[in-house]
Write a protein that binds this ligand. Structure first.
Ligand SMILES: Nc1ncnc2c1ncn2[C@@H]1O[C@H](COP(=O)(O)OP(=O)(O)OP(=O)(O)O)[C@@H](O)[C@H]1O
Ligand SMILES: [Mg+2]
Length: 284
């Protein structure tokens, strides 16, 4: 390469880095979150208004690496809006959101945020009903661009192992060849969580994951989340206090949201006894 070409190459690369940093999304520069300071997710002073209504009001929140945090709060408290901001679906009016200590999520697009390791589970299960459980997991693997090229020719041993591991985790090993449309509501929810896990997200956001589940399914879901704790950071939004109790095991902190900010934080038994929390739940 002549010196001129080398200089041109260096300039092109510098431009790409700049574009990737400025616009997020299409950049091919790798952006690895840095978790060395123990912080998985950091929100500072996040505010969002819809037609003048403040859905989030200077919300500040830190989730540690490997932490399982339950977020509770009455309807309309801003829990889903908070997840929309983290995942890039809604842009806040002001504030900061960092993934690890280095990645400014407000500069990245929604697909990019998912690619760099933030997985989100919506309330309604969205699995491919016509495909088998196994094929659903296989497709989720294909969502990862790095493996898409090699897929559908033959799965590698490591990929097959990972599908097997996830099938065990989500209690669907015996249903691997079953058509997803035939699963129970709870099983579909697990399959969707399994699909998220195939992409090995560092942070999982789960919005009302046990809504509509039977008591037994709810209990199994709690076991599943507890088994993921430590390897992933989890943010779980739930109204089902028995489930929250099972997840927090009497020792983990929960966060109560109300009118778009943190109303209380602490052990479930403490926040449930907190007068302000009782008041907002009773709607007085
Ligand atoms: N896209 C939107 N446009 C207008 N208003 C919205 C929008 N999204 C949310 N809101 C409003 O913002 C407030 C917070 O809603 P959000 O869905 O975040 O609450 P939530 O805590 O998830 O409630 P729930 O427990 O019922 O799911 C609500 O008053 C809601 O109507
Ligand atoms: Mg909600």
């Amino acid at each position: 390469m002549t010196p001129d070409l080398m200089a041109a190459g260096a300039q092109a690369r510098a431009r790409a880095v700049q574009q990737a940093q400025a616009g997020g999304g299409r950049g091919f520069v790798s952006q690895e979150p840095y978790f060395g300071q123990g912080v998985a997710l950091y929100l500072e002073d996040i505010s969002v208004s819809f037609d003048g209504f403040r859905a989030l009001n200077a919300l500040t929140l830190t989730i540690d690496v490997g932490e399982l945090r339950c977020i509770i709060g009455p309807n309309g408290a801003g829990k889903t809006t908070m997840m929309d901001c983290i995942t890039g679906k809604t842009r806040p009016d002001s504030g900061k959101i960092f993934f690890g200590s280095n990645i400014d999520l407000l500069r990245l697009t929604e697909p990019r945020i998912s690619q760099i390791g933030v997985g989100r589970k919506f309330q309604k299960p969205t699995v491919y009903e016509q495909l088998s459980v196994f094929e659903n997991l296989e497709l989720a693997l294909a969502a990862d661009r790095r493996v898409r090229a090699s897929l559908f020719s033959r799965l590698s041993g490591a990929q097959l192992d990972r599908i097997g591991e996830v099938l065990t985790l989500i209690h669907l090993k015996d249903e691997a060849q079953r058509t997803a449309g035939l699963l129970s509501h709870g099983q579909k929810q697990w399959l969707e969580i399994g699909m998220l896990l195939m992409q090995n997200p560092k942070l999982l956001l789960l919005d009302e994951p046990v809504a509509g589940m039977t008591d037994e399914e709810t209990e199994r879901t709690a076991e599943l989340f507890l088994s993921l704790e430590g390897q992933h950071s989890l943010v779980v939004v739930e109204h089902d206090m028995k489930f929250v109790d099972q997840l927090t095991q009497g020792r983990k902190k929960v966060t109560v949201l109300h009118e778009g900010s943190v109303l209380a934080e602490g052990l479930l038994s403490d926040v449930q006894a907190n007068d302000k929390v009782v008041e907002v739940y009773l709607g007085r």
